[in-house]
Write a protein that binds this ligand. Structure first.
Ligand code: SIN
Length: 326
């Protein structure tokens, strides 16, 4: 039997980062090229063949439509290429959850696609990058990873793209969590254990990848924010996600501004600035033409809103049906 052939797309982040000095607090993400990375991985005698491609080498705060588009094209081609068995994307952890969810919504997924990052740069004492990467290799090479959408590997956990969220700024312990599902599998370089059956029986993309991403800002609610703040943010917006207080709440005066704009066609999604918990529909949402984000946090709600708007969706009920879907 031949070894699985894995396409590894490098985009940068801390996993490719270098500090140069163990006693320094700061470091530069996106310093190690994918060829160097794969040469280093060669030390571990992995039973796979790698094909490397450098898509970008940036801190993930600089991910956006251009690099997303390049990534999407490269993975879509790999899905058609019979010589590739799975895909790994090395990615900064700061926005990995957004890229993972965007790809999950817009790619054909007939092979495993796995994002992986690290919380410590490659030359740190106790760097987690290579361990996470080898865990990702185990997932990307596994037949059993099919039908589970895009996955994210951090530490020894596998998270589904829709659930994954970064919950700590530093440290490797539980830096990511899944909500509402926790981890969907535990992985080590030598073992992979799933906690349930595959959940996607259709490998076709759910939405077309946007030619252009519409403007969808996030309005961060807080005690005392003014309607003027909301008005300023809405210039050029096609939609807005409210990172609301508690279960997606906002001051009445802000709600009035957004309800007025929603009546004229602006998409308004109520999410929450609280780390975990559902934002369910309220009776006034029908009247206000608002959408409740359910389990999606503000940054993921924004990705879904942009993708659906770019796909020509305009009815709040159609948005709600997709936000509701687990
Ligand atoms: C980044 O997201 O590029 C920096 C932080 C990290 O990768 O952990």
């Amino acid at each position: 039997m031949t070894n699985p052939r894995i396409l590894v797309l490098g985009t940068g982040g801390t996993i490719a980062g270098i500090a140069g000095d163990a006693m320094r607090h700061d470091y530069l993400p996106g310093q190690i090229g994918i060829d160097q990375w794969l040469e280093d991985a060669g030390r571990y005698a992995l039973d796979v063949e790698f094909v490397g491609q450098q898509v970008a080498n940036v801190g993930s705060e600089d991910m956006g439509p251009v690099i997303w588009g390049k990534l999407h094209r490269a993975i879509a081609e790999a899905m058609e290429d019979d010589s590739i068995d799975g895909v790994i994307v090395t990615h900064g952890t700061d926005t990995a959850e957004e890229t993972a969810f965007l790809l999950d919504l817009t790619l054909p997924l007939n092979k495993p696609v796995v994002l992986v990052g690290a919380m410590r740069p490659a030359d740190a004492v106790g760097s987690d990058g290579m361990r996470n990467f080898v865990n990702a290799v185990r997932v990307a090479a596994a037949e059993s990873a099919k039908g589970r959408g895009v996955l994210l590997v951090m530490g020894d956990r596998v998270l589904a793209a829709r659930d994954a969220r970064k919950v700590r700024t530093r440290g490797t312990d539980d830096a990511f969590r899944g909500f509402p599902r926790g981890s969907v599998a535990i992985v080590t370089p030598s073992a992979l254990d799933w906690f349930g059956k595959p959940w996607r029986d259709d490998a076709r993309p759910r939405f077309a990848f946007p030619d252009e991403f519409p403007e969808v800002p996030i309005l961060y609610a807080a005690g005392g924010i003014s309607p003027a703040t909301a008005e300023r943010l809405l210039v050029d917006a096609k939609g807005v996600v409210v990172a609301g207080v508690g279960e997606g709440n906002m001051p009445d005066a802000v709600r009035a501004v957004l309800a007025d704009r929603a009546s004229k066609g602006l998409l308004v999604v109520r999410a929450s600035r609280v780390d975990e918990g559902l934002v369910d529909r309220e009776p006034e949402d029908d009247e206000n033409r608002f959408v409740a984000s359910r389990a999606l946090n503000p940054q993921k709600s924004r990705i879904l809103a942009m993708v659906m708007l770019a796909n020509g969706v305009s009815d709040p009920a159609d948005f709600q049906a997709v936000f509701d879907r687990p």
